[in-house]
Design a protein. Sequence first.
Length: 375
Amino acid sequence: MVVPAYNEEKVIGQTIDSLLAQQYAGAMEIIVVDDGSRDGTYQRARAIHGAHSQVRIFTKANGGKASALNFGIAHAQHEIIVALDADTVFARDTVAELVQPLAEPRVAAVAGNAKVGNRINLVTRWQALEYVTSQNLDRRAFSLLDCITVVPGAVGAWRRSVVHEVGGFKEDTLAEDQDLTLAVRRAGYSVAYADGAVALTEAPDTLRALARQRFRWSFGTLQCAWKHRSTLFRRRYGTLGWIALPNVWLFQLLLPALSPLADLMFVFSLLSVWATRTSHGATYALVNLEQVLTYYAVFLLVDWAAAMIAFLMEPREERQLTWLIFIQRFAYRQIMYWVVVKSFAAAIRGHVVGWGKLERKATVELEAMEAGRSA
C-alpha cells in the first residue's frame, strides 16, 4: 500500500491506522512517501508508526504526487500495489475487496468505491450525493462495458508489472490516476470495479475550496482526453474508444461547458412570462408560467429518480441525500459548469495549472461508516 503525502500532518496517522486494521489474510506492507511536506507530516508518521514492522516511511524532495507514487512503487516488494490518498480512510475489508478482482489475469487495475467521509455541511453532503449518483454509477456501467476511465487516487489497486510496462504515473497531466488508467486500458488490459472496496475521503467543505479542487480535476480530465485523443473511434480499443472517451468529451467536458446556456434559457422563459403578463394580462402569463414550471418539475423528478436508482445500488448509503438534488441545481451545478468553462479557457490561453493543495481538517469519520456497514 503506497501513500503519497504532502502537508498531511493532521490526517496521516488516521490513514495509516486504517491500513493496519485491514482484515486481509495475505502479506502487507505500508509505504508512506512524504513528498517534501512543509509541515510535520514525516515527523508525525515516524513518531506514531515508525517502529511498526509493516510500515516503511520515506521522505523526498517535492516532486508532485506522480513522482511520490513512482517512488513508493519502486520501493515496494509485492506485485499488487494499492494506492490511496493520505486523507483517505479505508474500511476494514477494503484491501481484500480490491485484491479479489486481480485473481483474473487480464485485470491489471481495480477501482474502489470512494465516498465522502466528512458529511458535515451542505457542501460536503452535495459531494456525497455526487459521488454516488455520478462517479460510482458511471464506474458500474463502464465496468460492465470494460471501459473504466479512472481508477481514483483515493482507492485503487494496480499490477506493479503492468504499471512499469506502461511507464508508471506520468507528470504531464493533473490527473495522473486517469492518465495511467487509460494507458493500462490502451495496453489491452481490463480495469475492474470493486463496489465493496469502500474508502472515505475528506472532501472540500467550502464552495471556494470545492471550486479549486474541481478546476484541477476538470483541467486534468481535459489534458487526459486530449493526450489520448488518438483512441477515439478506433476499433482496436473497443468500448474505450467508442463509448468511454466519447462520454468523457461529451458529458464531462462539452455539455457542462454549454450547460450555462440551458440555465439562461430558463431565466429567459421566466422573463418571457413577465413580458406576456405586461402585454396580455395575468391570465395568459399564468398559462405560460405553468408550462415552464411543469417542464422544469418533470426534469427535476427525472433527475431525482435517477439518483434513487443509484442509491438503491448502494443499500447502506443515506437515501435522504437524494432530496438535495432539488436544491443542488441552483448552486452546486453552477460551480461545476464554471470550472469546466474555466478549464477550457485556461487550456486555450496555454496557462500552466498547479495542484492547488487543499487544507486538511481531519473531519473524516470512519466509525460512522463502519456502524452503517454492520447494521
